[in-house]
Ligand binder design. Structure first.
Ligand code: S3P
Length: 450
C-alpha cells in the first residue's frame, strides 16, 4: 500500500504548505475496490432545484466536492435552509418565488457550474445579486451566459463585460429561443433555469449533444420539459411549483476515470468501481477507452431518478492510443486531462483536437498538461486547440515535481501518471483535488500497490 500524510487542520501555515505537497511512489498494480464520491454536476443541480422547490429535499450521496459546497453556501445565502451531515444534505426549499436577496456577494469559489447555472436562477429574481469567485473563476468567460440572459430581460453587469464579479438585476423574464453558438451544458442549463421564471416558452438548441443532467433533474422536480433531438423546451404558464424530493446522487464518472486509467496502466490490475453515474451523455469516455483497447465492463445497471447508474470492472490492458476530436469533445471535456496524460503509456500516443475550450477551464489545461508532461520527460506538441503526446516508444516517464496551477483535474491526472513513473513524483498544492474529490489521495493509496 502507498502511504500519504493526511492534512491536519491544527498545523501552522508553513507546516500546511509543506503538507500540501503529496509524494506519490511508483506502483506495480492497481487492485481492490473504490466508490467515487457523488457526481459534481448532478449535486449542483439537485441543490439548486431543492432550494427553489416547495418542501424538503433529502439528497443522499451528495458530492464531497468543494465546488458543490459553494453551491450550498449560495443557496443558504439566498434563504434556503441547508443541513449537511457528510454526504446527506437536507434542503428546506423556499418555493419558486421565495428566495431572499443576500446582503453579501455570493461566493462561487472555484466553481464555474455554480456561477453559470445560478445566474440563470438569479436572472428571474425580483432583487439584485452580486456573485464572484476565486482568482481562477474570476478569469473565466461569462459572456456566454450574459448574452442569452440579457435577451430574456435580465440586467447584468460584468467586469469588461465578460468576467465575474457579476451583478445580476433580475426581474420578469421573457421566454426566448436560443440557438447556442457553442456546445456547453452550463450555458444550456443557465437558459433553462431562467426559463422557470419566464412567462411562456423558453427553448434551447445545442450545436452538439452535451450532458443532460439539468433536463433530467428538472423533470424529476416537476418542471414541464420537452425534448426533441438537440432542442429542449420549458413551458411555464404562471403557476409552476417544483416539489422537494428524496434523491440519490450517483458516483461521479469523471472521478472514476482516474481509477480506470490507473488500473488500465498495469497488466495485472483488477479494480471494481462501485456506484457510478453512467448517463449516456457522460459515457463517451468509456467508448474512447474501449477503442484504445481497455478492458472495461459495466455491471448492475439501474436507473435512479432518470440517471443510469452501475458498477465498472477494469482490468489491466495494453492501451493503443488514438485521436480524440470533433463532436466527441464536449461529451468528455473533463476527462481530456487524464486521456492526455495517458499518452506516454499507449502504443501510438494520444492526439486531442478541437478542444480549445480546455484553455478556459479551471486552468489553461492545454498549457498545464504540456508543461507537466514535459517535466516527466514526455514528448509533447502543444497546439491552440489541443495537444499531441508521443506514445511508449518515446521512453518511460520519470518522477518529477508537478505544478497543477490550482487545477484539481491536473493534480489528479498526474498523480495517476506518477504510479507508472520510474521514481517518486511530488504534486505541489495537492489539496486542490478537493475541488471535486477531497478523498482522492486516500482512495488512490488504498488501491495502488507497490
Ligand atoms: C459542467 C459542464 C462542463 C464541464 C464542467 C461541468 C456541468 O462545462 O466542463 O466541469 O456541470 O454542466 P461546459 O458546459 O462549459 O462545457
Amino acid at each position: 500500500m502507498l502511504k500519504f500524510r493526511s492534512c491536519d487542520v491544527s498545523l501552522t501555515f508553513s507546516e500546511r504548505i509543506t503538507l500540501s505537497k503529496k509524494t506519490i511512489q511508483p506502483a506495480k498494480v492497481v487492485a481492490g475496490g473504490v466508490a467515487p464520491p457523488g457526481d459534481k454536476s448532478i449535486s449542483h443541480r439537485y441543490a439548486m432545484l431543492a432550494g427553489i422547490a416547495d418542501g424538503t429535499s433529502e439528497l443522499s450521496n451528495f458530492a464531497l466536492a468543494a465546488d458543490c459546497h459553494s453551491t450550498l453556501g449560495c443557496m443558504r445565502a439566498l434563504g434556503a435552509e441547508v443541513k449537511v451531515e457528510r454526504t446527506l444534505v437536507r434542503v428546506m426549499g423556499r418555493g419558486l418565488h421565495g428566495l431572499k436577496s443576500s446582503w453579501r456577494a455570493l461566493d462561487a469559489g472555484n466553481s464555474g457550474t455554480t456561477m453559470r447555472l445560478l445566474s440563470g436562477i438569479l436572472a428571474g429574481q425580483s432583487f439584485t445579486t452580486k456573485i464572484g469567485g476565486d482568482d481562477s473563476l474570476n478569469k473565466r468567460p461569462m459572456k456566454r451566459i450574459l448574452t442569452p440572459l440579457r435577451e430574456m430581460g435580465a440586467q447584468i453587469s460584468a467586469r469588461d463585460d465578460n468576467f465575474a464579479p457579476l451583478e445580476i438585476r433580475g426581474g420578469k423574464l421573457r421566454g426566448i429561443h436560443y440557438e447556442m453558438p457553442m456546445a456547453s451544458a452550463q450555458v444550456k442549463s443557465a437558459v433553462l433555469l431562467a426559463g422557470l421564471f419566464a412567462e411562456g416558452e423558453t427553448s434551447v438548441t445545442e450545436p452538439a449533444r452535451t450532458r443532460d443532467h439539468t433536463e433530467l433533474a428538472l423533470e424529476e422536480f416537476g418542471a414541464p420539459i420537452e425534448r426533441h433531438g438537440l432542442t429542449t423546451r420549458i413551458h411555464v404558464n404562471g403557476n409552476l411549483k417544483l416539489a422537494g424530493r428524496k434523491a440519490e446522487v450517483p458516483g461521479d464518472l469523471s472521478s472514476a476515470v482516474f481509477f480506470i486509467a490507473a488500473a488500465s496502466m498495469f497488466p495485472d490490475s483488477s479494480l471494481h468501481i462501485q456506484g457510478v453515474g453512467l448517463n449516456p451523455t457522460r459515457t463517451a469516455i468509456l467508448d474512447v477507452f474501449a477503442r484504445m483497447g481497455a478492458s472495461i465492463q459495466m455491471l448492475s445497471l439501474r436507473s435512479v431518478q432518470g440517471e443510469v447508474t452501475g458498477d465498472i470492472a477494469v482490468k489491466g490492458a495494453q492501451l493503443k492510443g488514438g485521436v480524440i476530436a470533433g463532436a466527441e469533445i464536449p461529451l468528455l471535456i473533463d476527462e481530456l486531462p487524464m486521456l492526455a496524460v495517458l499518452g506516454p503509456f499507449t502504443e501510438e500516443g494520444i492526439e486531442i483536437r478541437d478542444a480549445s475550450e480546455l484553455r478556459v477551464k479551471e486552468s489553461d489545461r492545454i498549457a498545464a498538461l504540456a508543461e507537466n508532461l514535459r517535466r516527466m520527460g514526455a514528448t509533447v506538441e502543444e497546439r491552440p486547440d489541443g495537444l499531441k503526446v508521443a506514445g511508449r516508444s518515446a521512453g518511460r516517464l520519470r518522477g518529477a515535481e508537478i505544478e497543477p496551477h490550482g487545477d484539481h483535474r491536473i493534480a489528479m491526472a498526474f498523480s495517476v501518471a506518477a504510479l507508472a513513473a520510474d521514481s517518486p513524483t511530488t504534486i505541489r498544492d495537492a489539496e486542490c483535488a478537493g475541488v471535486s474529490y477531497p478523498t482522492f489521495y486516500d482512495d488512490l493509496a488504498r488501491v495502488a500497490e507497490g
